[in-house]
Design a protein around this ligand. Sequence first.
Ligand code: KQY
Length: 375
Amino acid sequence: MQVLKTTPRADGFRLPAEWEPHAQTWMVWPIRPDNWRLNAVPAQVAFAAVAKAIARFEGVTVCASEAELSNARAMLNHANIRVIEIATDDAWARDTGPTFVTNNQGEVRGIDWEFNAWGGLNGGLYWPWKNDDAVAKIILEIENVPRYRTDGFVLEGGSIHVDGEGTIITTEECLLNKNRNPHMSREAIEEMLRNYLNIEKVIWLPHGLFNDETDGHVDNFCCYVKPGEVLLAWTDDKNDPNSSRCHAAMQVLETTRDAKGRKFIVHKMPIPGPLYATADECAGVAPVAGTQLRDPSVRLAGSYVNFLIVNRGIIAPSFGDPKDADAEAILKKVFPQHEVVMVPGREILLGGGNIHCITQQQPQQQPAAATVLAK
Ligand code: KQY
């Protein structure tokens, strides 16, 4: 299928909010022994639990390598889960999968951002990343969805959250990082976001969560629950390195209005822990030069904000932490129309992210007539 030479904005497409209806969710099966301990076996159990939790609400497609196809199919045996073969470098569908955009006729297209493994040779997390950079293209070909490609512009899906009504939230720590698009100014980056996501206003939080391997992805720190209303990871502990980050974000959210002129309602979401990997957990990782250090002294960037909204459900991580119950109660309060399902997230966190990072929703293609009637 031809790559489109225009932009989503020029063509009348926009990034819908995550709570708009999904056709399905995409995931990638973990295998890297230098990122996932014990040859990724515990991570595979965790990913399978996430896939099965999502599958209660909508279909899931999991991309697995040729060597893992039969194991993945056995572990993901569920009527609502499809396993297909795609070669990948790691397992972060949020960042390597396409960002799907829709128009008022209910058509779907996909953005294939350039991917450089969260920083390329300047602090990125692995090399090579060629297979991962090809994932979005392959998914769009499989789904027969037209593709936009941003050669020369690097972006990961986990670094953005939108309300579907013209506002995007992101972080300076990530999008302005010299290891993403060093040739571009803040204004030029905003222009790309405007043209590709069809937004009107960019809310820049200074940082993401402390020690986030992605250089502060917003999806591990702050997310929308509805237009004008967000959840922000929060600590009251002034000695926590997240404290200044939380306060800086709150200051921006309290003093900024969104594209529709709304003031933000901010719900504080407690940060679990502090969480650290155990010596045993670290020993299970087969380190390779240049990949992320796994050591019990390194604070993990655990966050309850890293959840996925699915059709009528919320799939959120638990950590075996006393704050799990508070997090679940907050999610139930802010999403009264959704069923909140907590799934163990520690093994995913040990690999550097969580449920939102390993999933990518594909919006439902609406028949044109139905869209017109709904207006
Ligand atoms: O959280 C994400 N979106 C990706 C994390 C990558 C970590 C690789 N070790």
